[in-house]
Write a protein that binds this ligand. Structure first.
Ligand code: GLA
Length: 411
């Protein structure tokens, strides 16, 4: 039995290599021209998932206006797995997914959405389920048959494995399986994936797991989860490596999972400014209107999806307040005034004294020479850079402005 299994697996891998042919060593390029948008089960539901939740979430994605706002993927995270059959084919947990993954994919596709799945480069996933190690080509073929559109690939149980090689194997397996599937690398930034993963995946996690808090770090023994600011503060080294088709993934959103409305809005602003994938992680079926408005806000999503794909950088900081700048298409800019602190800040910004220069994109904004009109993305205010910005910024919140040149030389 064991011998037969190995022989079949060998044949399967050979088939994979043959199928890939000249296409070997390429990901499906066209899948993430802008950061991917969707939903993932993990942050809210962890292992408490089943096909009903996935179907209801797909329904909610449409009903709540998330699909119209640009969200596309419904991603099943860890714990969907059953066992491998005698030939090594992975099967879903028959109790939780009795109709099977193909039927679920058909349902999700019927809503005009796409279905994502989760696996791991090691022998077992972080939740202790079967990983893909040694089954990469076989699993990719299975996912393609089911109609999967997105693979999140985790990094548990990988002691001794080379990350670049392991993720490249799965990329090649997906290519060989022949179905375009967005490849989301989840290696927590341990091996600096921004330096090597551009040709391998469409996004790579830059940090450990997110937690629904502003500035906390929660220990779990060998690892800790991180609040919004802790994740933000780890992004600088990865910035210059992101762009269309390959994004720094700051982890799934915690909007609607327990932070205040201001914190949620700032969290969404930060992920938008830094061009992170926007993968909601709350219960879409029951979310309050305030959460829905944050997740579907057209102005902030437009910044995230800006076609230049240049993440923001920290332009100015004074401890409690930070100004982040993102160069946008058509000579525009997005600016985020982030109050990290627990106190409101009465802020006065003299534009002329704060020109912006970006070494990476080579873009600059000389407010002493050029006047920009600005509009408050979350609010209604407008103004221009010829006069000082005076504003009160609530504790733990962000003001985001979109700036466009007025074509008027300032005096
Ligand atoms: C890791 C990942 C998480 C999630 C869990 C599932 O911690 O980083 O995003 O997928 O595994 O077990």
């Amino acid at each position: 039995m064991k011998f037969r299994f190995k022989a079949r697996l060998g044949a399967c891998m050979l088939l994979g290599a043959a199928l890939s042919g000249h296409a070997m060593a390429q990901k499906f390029e066209e899948l993430a021209a802008t950061p991917q948008m969707g939903w993932n089960s993990w942050n809210k539901f962890a292992c408490e998932i089943d096909e009903r939740l996935i179907r209801e979430t797909a329904d909610a994605m449409v009903k709540q206006g998330m699909k119209d706002a640009g969200y596309q993927y419904i991603n099943i995270d860890d714990c969907w797995h059953g066992v491998r059959d005698a030939d090594g084919n992975i099967q879903p947990d028959a109790k939780r997914f009795p109709s099977g993954m193909k039927a679920l994919a058909d349902y999700v596709h019927g809503k005009g959405l796409k279905l994502g799945i989760y696996s791991d480069a090691g022998a077992t996933t972080c939740g202790g389920h079967p990983g893909s190690r040694g089954h990469e080509y076989q699993d990719a073929i299975t996912y393609a048959r089911w109609g999967i559109d997105y693979v999140k690939y985790d990094w548990c149980d990988t002691k001794g494995l080379n990350a670049e090689a392991a993720y490249t194997t799965m990329r090649d397996a997906i290519r060989a399986a022949g179905r375009p599937m967005l490849f989301s690398i989840c290696e927590w930034g341990d091996n600096k994936p921004w330096e090597w993963a551009g040709p391998v995946g469409h996004s790579w996690r830059t940090t450990g797991d997110i937690a629904p808090c502003w500035d906390c770090e929660i220990g779990h023994g060998s690892w800790s989860s991180l609040g919004v600011l802790r994740i933000l503060d780890k992004q600088a080294p990865a910035r210059k490596f992101a762009g269309p088709g390959h994004w720094n993934d700051m982890d799934m959103l915690e909007v609607g999972n327990g932070m205040t409305e201001d914190e949620d809005r700032a969290h969404m602003s930060i992920w938008a400014m830094l061009a992170s994938p926007l993968i909601s992680g709350n219960d879409l079926r029951t979310m309050p209107e305030a959460t829905r408005r944050i997740l579907t806000h057209a102005g902030i999503i437009a910044i995230n999806q800006d076609k230049l794909g240049i993440p923001a950088f920290r332009a100015y900081a004074d401890g409690r307040m930070e100004v982040w700048a993102r160069p946008l298409a058509d000579g525009q800019w997005a600016l985020m005034f982030l109050n990290r602190s627990g106190q409101a800040i009465d802020y006065r910004h003299d534009w002329r004294e704060h020109p912006i220069g970006d070494d990476v994109s080579k873009r600059s904004a000389e407010f002493g020479k050029t006047t920009y009109r600005w509009s408050d993305v979350w609010g209604k205010r407008t103004g221009d850079t010829s006069t000082k910005l005076e504003t009160r910024i609530a504790p733990r919140s962000a003001l985001v402005l979109r700036l466009a040149i007025t074509n008027q030389e300032s005096k």
